[in-house]
Design a protein around this ligand. Structure first.
Ligand code: FUB
Length: 329
């Protein structure tokens, strides 16, 4: 396991969202910080307060530049605590940072901040995106310019509290449905407005189908059901929705014909790494495709002190993803 070197070693980083902007490879990760808070299923130990941006002008084997703090919790009026996994997007020469955090009432929401450069800084909107909830925003801008925000995460990510159209605090303790007769909770998607600051439509569910039964994955299918860390990329005209299975610690993917899906389960990309969480992104840089991910090797296995890594992925003739070099022991 975890046979690659961390890309960044002077700070702890996690949840890497990688993009190529202006021909340069950038990574937008969470910035993990030490805390005395004990690990729990709430994720209270992930107590992050700001974001850095990193560039890799020569690709994953070259030097990494830290562009410093580009947004911090004190600058966002609605944020209470816990700035979790962010993502970035570019549209019409402007750059956008999407980020989740608990608001002052402890409810996870998603915010947006805008900047003139991929390296930040980013100026946040005063309020979270209207109608947003839960965690792990991932912005996909399609070839026609339409932009979509995917989001959601169960357990500490609170997605299980949003099945009734409002935040149902009483559903928090359940964490998720269980049983072979119930569908799994789904990630969410909404197209963004042209200015990238709001949802342009009602939030919809991202359904993952079993390739055999063509039915939505079941709640009891913890090896394959969505938990958190949504990511979408396009390869050979198809939309790939990838995600973490959380408590079973896999990174998986599913393939669809449109940004909305439904997506048919395709397989695993990465086996469990050192540390509880697994979270990733997939990006093409020059001729190659890369998986950015994290583990907790840099801190000797502390779940909340993680490090970002990258490795090449390939596609077989059927479009199935595999690691260019198999994951080591
Ligand atoms: O980094 C905090 C949380 O841990 C992220 O939002 C999840 O995806 C998991 O990696």
């Amino acid at each position: 396991m975890s046979d690659k070197k961390p890309l960044v070693t002077h700070v702890y980083t996690a949840d890497p969202s990688a993009h190529v902007f202006n021909s340069t490879l950038y990574v937008y990760p969470s910035h993990d910080i030490p805390t005395d808070i004990q690990d729990n299923d709430n994720g209270d130990q992930y107590a992050m307060e700001d974001y850095h941006v990193f560039s890799l002008p020569e690709g994953i084997a070259g030097p990494v530049t830290d562009h410093g703090v580009v947004l911090k919790s004190q600058d966002v009026p609605w944020v209470g605590k816990q700035m979790w996994a962010p993502d970035a997007a570019e549209k019409d020469g402007k750059f956008f940072l999407y980020f989740p955090a608990r608001d002052k009432e402890g409810v996870m929401r998603i915010g947006v901040a805008e900047g003139a450069s991929p390296e930040g800084p980013f100026t946040p909107d005063a309020e979270p995106i209207k109608g947003s909830y839960s965690i792990d925003p991932a912005c996909f801008v399609d070839e026609d310019g339409a932009a979509y925000l995917y989001f959601g995460g169960i357990w500490g990510g609170q997605l299980q509290c949003w099945t009734k159209g409002h935040f149902a605090k009483e559903d928090y303790e359940n964490m998720e449905a269980s049983g072979d007769d119930k569908p799994a909770l789904n990630a969410r998607i909404a197209r963004l407005t042209d200015d990238m600051h709001q949802f342009a439509e009602e939030v919809k569910e991202v359904v993952i189908l079993d390739p055999e039964t063509k039915e939505p994955l079941k709640a009891s299918d913890h090896d394959r059901r969505f938990f958190e860390a949504a990511w979408v990329h396009k390869y050979d005209g198809k939309y790939y929705f990838s995600y973490s299975t959380g408590d079973t610690h896999f990174l998986c993917y599913a393939i669809g014909e449109t940004p909305y899906g439904p997506f048919t389960y395709g397989g695993r990309i990465l086996e469990p790494v050192v540390g509880w969480t697994t979270h990733h992104s997939i990006v093409q840089h020059k001729e190659k495709w890369y998986l950015f991910y994290h583990d907790a090797t840099l801190s000797g296995g502390k779940n909340h002190l993680r490090c970002v890594k990258a490795r090449e992925i390939k596609y077989d003739a059927e479009g199935k993803i595999y690691l260019a070099e198999p994951q080591g022991p």
